[in-house]
Design a protein around this ligand. Sequence first.
Ligand SMILES: Cc1cc2nc3c(=O)[nH]c(=O)nc-3n(C[C@H](O)[C@H](O)[C@H](O)COP(=O)(O)O)c2cc1C
Length: 504
Amino acid sequence: MSRLASVNELRYYPDIPFYDKQLRVVLRNCGHINPENLEEYIAMDGYAALGHVLTEMTPEQVIDEIKRSGLRGRGGAGFSTGRKWETSRRASGYPKFIIANGDEGDPGAFMDRSVMEGDPHAVLEGLAIAAYAVGSDQGYIYVRAEYPLAVERLQLAIEQARELGLLGTNILGSKFSFDIKIKRGAGAFVCGESTALMASIEGKRGMPRSRPPQSAEKGLFGKPTVLNNVETLANVPQIILKGADWFRSMGTPDSPGTKVFALTGKVRNTGLVEVPMGITLRELVFDIGGGIIGDKQFKAAQTGGPSGGCVFTGHLGLKMDFDSLAEVGSMMGSGGLVIMDEDTCMVDVARFFSAFNEDESCGKCSTCRIGTQRLHEILERICAGKGEPSDLETLEILGHLMQKATLCGLGETAPNPVLSTMRYFRDEYEAHILEKRCPAKVCKALIHYRVVAANCTGCMVCARRCPARAITGEKRAVHEIHQELCIKCGACHEACKFQAIAIE
Ligand SMILES: Cc1cc2nc3c(=O)[nH]c(=O)nc-3n(C[C@H](O)[C@H](O)[C@H](O)COP(=O)(O)O)c2cc1C
């Protein structure tokens, strides 16, 4: 009886708000099939697209179909996948290489990880179709070093595919031969950048190089190379099977299809969500994310990780697609989406991402090496209450200069978190610099804890919790916080049940 009752309580996906607005194309198999079992992938039409292209389509027709679908790279820049393949097909040189980018260095992002771990054959199939289209017989998957399970499952999938003649010489009896090697990442964010990634595969230090020549003409080992993101490639078999028109029926005219976001931060429901492109930020935050934890106010969303930017309440109606995000000074990036509430300090957010970019700058070009240092240094100073009015102009000049004069995308996009927060939250910067005040009460140097005498019962809990012994007072008497000893950890504020510790 109790078992029956629990079955009745089961709900279909559309009845669960978290799934209702999602559309699972890339993640369709994740969690549904056993990723270590090739037969389960085949049962879900796996490798049918590869079989179809090898028997029914010329490489040019494959490229045309992908071009017609409007598929744009999910790794960040949103470049047309079909056009990239076309350039590489036309490039002369042998061998040609094809690489899946599974480096995924953005903090908090795990979209590609889920695909590589949950549906590894979809990546292999996408890669094999791309290889057929461009005329490559050797592929690589560059996997983030911290993803051992992804490496294990991809390796197993490669062996299974070889055994069944889905990789190797004369695939499925055709003239097409193709094999894949796995290369573990070097643990650096910059190694996700195309030329740094190729240097890393070649066994060199992972640093970018200037372009031209473009990788499509002279890439890995000096040969024509196509690099595609894991999520981009996982879309390919579905486009071949269901057609470009089907793909275009989802999303917006200029950004067709779906996008996987890693929804995190102050929303009730966090996790990976796959939605049609063009869904609004409001739908993502409130319908799928379930709104802000503790019914607090939505303040901002950070999209695109350390290369992206912050948008504000005025952008809740913003369509989440490549071009709309770029228009407001942010970017889609690979799909990191951090939601922030009223308690977030936007200067501190910019400081956090600038520290990340400084750490991850490879140092090859001075504009990025020194520029990221200066951005971070100025933001640290502002958060420490030592900001000067001229800092705002310096941040702007430096940021715009870096966007134009760095060697690779890391330095070019590093100012985005700073410039976007300055654009939408300038008043917070001014409060830090001119009034020496942190409106969100986050920056330790700019806040003070004070006992509200009228509320203090003298229960002594705050004094006992204070790790710095900065609070004194007798039982049932109003307590005192000694500012010179206070380390501003907030333990007293959290412990007090009587709202007797105020933050100013
Ligand atoms: C600093 C930096 C890090 C990057 N990291 C990644 C990454 O982890 N994964 C990825 O697919 N693309 C990353 N990219 C973008 C790649 O350089 C490249 O544009 C992308 O892999 C191309 O694939 P797509 O056309 O399918 O998007 C990064 C770019 C930069 C500048």
